[in-house]
Design a protein around this ligand. Structure first.
Ligand code: G3P
Length: 305
């Protein structure tokens, strides 16, 4: 905790400004390990699961062959990057240390979040959800997003890139009536922009649906807040991560009649997969079924055991 306060105070004295493409700061202070070490004690590993770990081995091979890989994911907490990295650090250190996250402006401006963000590779964007919060800033935000998209295109052209994006544009929230958590709907145009960037990169690319269940360890405020500086609550709990095989755009949209229908069909297919995987993780973690919650298409394991 004192290391965390030190880092927050250091940033208050001399604020760090993120560039559109930020590389994880590992020296002289290792912000990546700082994030790992802070989030690790919040995870109940005995009640945490990974779905389809074998797919991560295929992904590692693809990256080594120079291919690009994109994870289309739901988003639950500011700790998502650390949760992914902690669940895979024993089996896939290369994947987790080299992943680039598409990060919204809140995690690179909130003083409490910044030290954690400094330890990750990021493409920084202004979230669509918060685009109109301050009318005078809309133009600046749009220009910044264009710059970030260009950085992303350059990155993907270099190959061997692994990118995580949450096309909902923000964190999942519980249903106000039932209190149940579900992945927030995907923005079809965000999915499509990402897909086209991958296709136009000049190297083979692969898109996978990824589900995360970790809201218990650091839940967001129940409503989306405009102001920076939300109240943080942390807890010790089981978490989950799951992946399904690559979703090929041409295969999934073969029977679509036009490009608009194809974009929608592809985004919905990814979203359905994320929901299906989320439900399996929920049965394992909240339903206390553990490994028994596995299905024919989602095989749960605890790869740290
Ligand atoms: O509160 P939200 O849903 O707008 O989330 C904002 C950021 O993405 C936090 O990571």
């Amino acid at each position: 905790m004192s290391v965390c306060l030190d880092r927050v105070l250091l940033d208050v004295e001399e604020p760090f400004v993120f560039s559109p493409y930020h590389k994880a700061l590992r020296k002289p202070f290792d912000y990546y390990m700082f994030g790992q070490n802070y989030i690790r004690p919040l995870i109940d590993f005995g009640n945490s699961y990974v779905g389809n770990i074998s797919i991560f081995y295929d992904i590692q091979e693809k990256l080594q062959q120079g291919h690009n890989v994109v994870f289309i994911s739901n988003h639950q907490t500011e700790a998502d990057p650390a949760v992914i990295a902690l669940l895979l650090e024993m089996t896939h250190p290369y994947i987790v240390e080299n992943m680039t996250y598409i990060a919204g402006d809140r995690v690179v401006t909130d003083p409490l979040c910044k030290p954690f963000s400094m330890g990750r590779n990021l493409i920084c964007v202004y979230s669509k959800k918060h685009m109109l919060d301050v009318p005078e800033l809309v133009d600046m935000k749009r220009r910044a997003n264009t710059r970030s998209l260009k950085e992303m295109a350059v990155l993907l052209r270099s190959g061997s890139q692994l990118v995580w994006i949450a096309p909902s544009g923000g964190r999942d929230r519980p249903d106000p009536k039932t209190g149940e958590w579900h992945p927030a709907p995907f923005d079809t145009s965000s999915v499509d922009n990402m897909r086209r960037l991958v296709e136009h990169s000049g190297v083979p690319g692969h898109i996978y649906p990824l589900a995360l269940l970790c809201h218990d360890i650091m839940p967001p405020p129940l409503q989306v807040e405009k102001e920076i500086g939300e109240r943080r609550v942390i807890a010790f709990h089981g978490v989950g991560l799951s992946i399904e095989p690559e979703f090929n755009f041409n295969d999934i949209t073969a029977s679509c009649e036009n490009s608009e229908q194809a974009k929608e069909t592809y985004s919905q297919a990814l979203y359905k997969s994320v929901n299906d995987q989320y439900d399996v993780l929920k049965s394992a973690i909240h339903g206390k079924q553990g490994i028994e919650a596995s299905t024919p298409s989602i095989s749960l394991s605890q790869p740290w055991n």
